[in-house]
Design a protein around this ligand. Sequence first.
Ligand SMILES: Nc1ncnc2c1ncn2[C@@H]1O[C@H](COP(=O)(O)OP(=O)(O)OP(=O)(O)O)[C@@H](O)[C@H]1O
Length: 444
Amino acid sequence: MSDTTGEPILEARGLKKYYDTASGFMDSMLGRSSKVKAVDDVDIELYEGETLGVVGESGCGKTTLGRTMLRLIEPTDGSVYYKGQDLTELSSSDLRDVRTDIQYIFQDPFSSLNPRMTVGDIIGEPLDIHGIAEGQERDERIYELLETVGLNASHSHRYPHEFSGGQRQRIGIARALAVDPEVIICDEPVSALDVSVQAQILNLLEDLQEEFGLSYIFIAHDLSVVEHISDRIAVMYLGEIAETGTTDEVFEPPYHPYAEALLSAIPEPDPLWDGEQIYLSGTVPSPIDPPSGCRFHTRCPRVIQPEEYDMPQEEWRHLMDFKQRLHASDDLESVTETVDADDQVDLNTVARDTLDELIRREFDLPMQLSDLQAEQIFSQAIDRLAEENFDDARALVANGYQSPCEQRNPELLSTGTTHKISCHLYDDDITPATSTTGDAVADD
Ligand SMILES: Nc1ncnc2c1ncn2[C@@H]1O[C@H](COP(=O)(O)OP(=O)(O)OP(=O)(O)O)[C@@H](O)[C@H]1O
C-alpha cells in the first residue's frame, strides 16, 4: 500500500498536450490548423510503491497523458516532476538517464516487439543502450529476466511470433524491467488479451511490484480492470481529470456522473454496483472543439436544470439532446434521423403537428413537457422548424434550455481528504434542482 503523505515520486502539474492538426506545409501557411486538446491542464501524482489507475473511454487522452509524462511525446505546457526534478527542462541526454528509472509498457504486445529480433535481443537492447551489461553478464541477466516474468531462459533464441499474446506481454514486461526501473507506465497492457490471460498478467504485475518496489501508472478504459490493482484512481474525460481518489473512494458515492456511468457498466457479477446500467448519450465529443463549461455536460445524465425549471431529470437530459442535435443540424432529416427512417415521412411537406410528434418520439419526450415554460419554448421551436427556420429554432432552444453546467468549467473539488470531483453538483455556488449531497445524488 502506498504512502500518500510524502512527496510523490512522479507528478504532473498543469500538463497539456495539444496536437496540431495541420496536415502539411500549406495548411500551416494558410492557418488551416486546429488544436486537438488531448490533455488539458492535468494534475496527477504517483506515490512510491502505489498503482494509480487512469481510466476513461477511448479518446479521453490517457495514452497521450502517459507518453507525455515520459516525454515520449513533448508536452505543450506544464511540468512533470520525477523525484522533484522537472523532466520537461532536461536535455535529451539527461532525459535518457532518467528513462532507466521510468519505463513504458505498450498496449499492443503484437506490434510493440520488433519481429526481426530474438527475444533475447529485445530484452538485451535496453541493457546495451544504457551500457548496463555485456557478454556473459548480459546473457545471464536476460535469462534471469525471462524467468522473473514466468518464461524460460531457452525462449531467448526465439522470435516474437512464436509466442502467444500473454507471453509477448511478458516479454514486454521483461524488457521494461531490464533497466531496473522505479516507475512503470503500463498503457492498457491487458486490453488486447483474453480475460483469463488478463488476470495472469495483472497478477504478475502485482508480484513484480511487491518484489521490486515498483510504482505503476496503469492505464485502462475499463474500471473493472483497475479495480483490484489500483491503490488510487484518476478518471479522465476529454483531456481532463473528472474524479480522483483512493479506489474505495472512487467506487463509493459521491460519484462524478461519468465515473458512476463507467462503474455501472462493469459487467456482472461485480457486487460493487447494484443499480441499473447508466447509458450515456452519444459518444465522446471531439477534443478539437470541446463542449463549453463542464465537458461532460453534453452526455451527463445528471446535467443540471436551470433553477426556473422543474421536470424529471431524464426529460431534461432529452431536451438537452434535442438542443445539441439541433445545433449540429441544418435539415429536418438530421433532427429526426431515427424515427424518420422508420416512418418514411416526407419532411418537405410534413404537417407541423406530425413534425412535433416525430421530434418528441425521436428524443423520447412526452406530448406535453412537465414544465410549462419549457413546453412553450419547445412548441415555438417546432413552429419555426415547420417553417424551416432553423436559425430561430436554434436560438429559441439555445436561450431557453441553458444548463449551469455549460457556463463554466467546474474545479476539482475536495469531497474528502484525498477524494476530488470536478462536477457542479458538488459546487456550493450552483443549486441543482436535485439534492447537492453526495449520497442523495448517487442513490436516486
Ligand atoms: N498524433 C496525433 N495527432 C492528432 N491527434 C491525436 C494524435 N494522437 C492522439 N490524438 C487525438 O487525441 C485524443 C486523445 O487520444 P489518446 O490516444 O491519448 O486517447 P486514449 O484515451 O488513450 O484513447 P485510446 O484508448 O483509444 O488509445 C484523441 O481524440 C485522438 O484522436
